[in-house]
Design a protein around this ligand. Structure first.
Ligand SMILES: C[S@@+](CC[C@H](N)C(=O)[O-])C[C@H]1O[C@@H](n2cnc3c(N)ncnc32)[C@H](O)[C@@H]1O
Length: 448
């Protein structure tokens, strides 16, 4: 999306960088890619045009926070403005950033939030809309604590679930899908979890000489939780700068440490993926996060394929950093694989709706339910093609990061119905009442 003409009048601040990032996400760019693109132009070394490390962090918090709360912020704006949807999109982001600052951002004084929002509106659109911004945000201030509580969002909602969906900034269709699939109590738990700030997941490279010491040090951090065999998770804001007197970035650069979502690590451990019989074929290897974890933990990954060359391209470099022998990589559509047989086990970490990772990927909630049917059909094709290649005695591990039965247990059931030679050995999913672990699903199938 093009930027309004007045954009150049804005100073480089965390909030202005956040505004620019949010605009990029409107054009369909994934949130982290948009943030990386904006921060790449605001790095240190550009004298008057640089953001401090603290401001870069604040910018990320604002972007992720606003996207995570978008539906809720829009609702609040709808209570103080007659037709916020008619305003230009950049101004709506200015207002949303302002409401986020007033209601959900700790430690930032209201007057600073108001001042910067009004400055943004003035620079982009002039005095008239700056006045409107000031009036709208002051009206939000006058609502007091009400918008911080759930009851505020029940006004005008069809029922309690619809009100909770707005409070948790989830689309109503998703709340209904979860209520129908898992019951209202679980749907409520999942909605609350989906809008909380995510935990950071760290994975220690089991092959690194200091792996044991590093793992022990990470797990000994205040509030740290062990995940899987080689991981630790830390709550929001708890990531330290350094461990064992070295910056985390240095451990990462020398291949001792990777960032990997705790849910992925727990899923791999629960499904026994490190014990898969080689050569393992990772059919949707992407950037190689799961393959790298398996290689570190001793699995013989023999082939990585994906239909995205941009993703696959980073896999050899990732292996190099971690000191692993990179498996062969090949650009391939897993629904029409380039091989007729595969003698080892297979990993199918499919493209999915991502409804289990909304806290970490908040832009996913902007996508509508219509894509669920397309994704389910794609997963069915991928499962069938993998099952066709599976040799007797070999296992196929199926993984999603979603909370949607059609993509999870029902997808597995459909495959079992269509392929009588397959046996279901295990299914696993993140417990719905887990307060922070992402929603993952996995199944292990074996050809008899
Ligand atoms: C959940 S991601 C995989 C993440 C990866 N396993 C990791 O841990 O980093 C799903 C991947 O499937 C890939 N994909 C989508 N459609 C595909 C297809 N038809 N054949 C192969 N890969 C596909 C996407 O490019 C994406 O990288």
């Amino acid at each position: 999306m093009g930027l309004p003409k007045g954009w150049k009048r804005l100073r480089l601040t965390a909030r202005n960088a956040a505004l620019r990032t949010l605009l990029l996400t409107d054009g369909g760019q994934p949130v982290q890619a948009a943030l990386d693109a904006v921060l790449a132009t605001t790095g240190a070394g550009r004298d008057d045009e640089s953001l401090s490390a603290r401001d870069r962090h604040l910018c990320a918090e604002l972007v992720y926070g606003c996207l995570r709360a978008e539906i809720r912020l829009d609702y609040v704006l709808g209570q103080v403005l007659p037709r916020p949807g008619d305003l230009p999109r950049p101004l709506r982001h200015v207002l949303a950033l302002g409401v986020y600052g007033l209601l959900l951002q700790e430690k930032v004084p209201d007057h600073a939030v108001l001042h910067e929002a009004v400055e943004q509106a003035r620079a982009l659109y002039g005095q008239g809309l700056a006045r409107l911004t000031n009036a709208a945000l002051r009206a939000v201030q006058r609502l007091g604590d009400a918008p911080r509580g759930e009851d505020f969002y029940a006004q005008g909602a069809a029922d309690a679930l619809a009100g909770l969906a707005v409070f948790c900034a989830a689309p109503e269709w998703l709340a209904r899908l979860w209520a129908q699939a898992y019951g209202e109590a679980d749907a409520a738990r999942l909605l609350r979890r989906s809008c909380a700030r995510p935990w950071s997941g760290l994975r220690v490279n089991a092959r690194h000489v200091r792996a044991a010491a590093l793992l022990a040090a990470l797990r000994a951090l205040p509030g740290a939780t062990a995940v899987g065999a080689w991981g630790a998770a830390l709550g929001p804001g708890k990531l330290p700068e350094a461990v064992l007197e070295r910056p985390l970035a240095a451990w990462q650069a020398e291949g001792a440490l990777s960032f990997q979502a705790a849910g992925s690590q727990v899923a791999l451990a629960a499904l026994g993926a490190a014990d898969l019989a080689g050569p393992v074929w990772d059919m949707c290897a992407g950037y190689g996060g799961k393959s790298a974890a398996l290689l570190e933990q001793g699995a013989a990954v023999g082939l990585c394929t994906d239909n995205s060359s941009a993703r696959l391209r980073s896999l050899p470099g990732l292996c190099r950093r971690l000191g692993l022998d990179a498996p062969p990589v090949c650009l391939a559509d897993a629904a029409r694989p380039p091989l007729a047989r595969w003698r080892g086990d297979m990993l199918l970490d499919v493209p999915c709706s991502g409804l289990g990772v909304l806290a970490r990927r908040p832009d996913i909630r902007r996508r509508g339910p219509e894509r669920l049917t397309t994704l389910t059909a794609l997963q069915e094709r991928l499962l069938r093609s993998a099952a066709t290649l599976l040799e007797p005695g070999r296992r196929l591990v199926y993984i999603t990061c979603t909370l949607n039965p059609a993509e999870n247990d029902q997808a597995v059931a459909r495959l079992l119905g269509a392929c009588p030679g397959l046996r279901l050995e295990q299914t696993w999913q993140t417990p719905h009442d887990h307060p922070w672990l992402e929603g993952m699903f996995g199944a292990v199938l074996r050809r008899g």
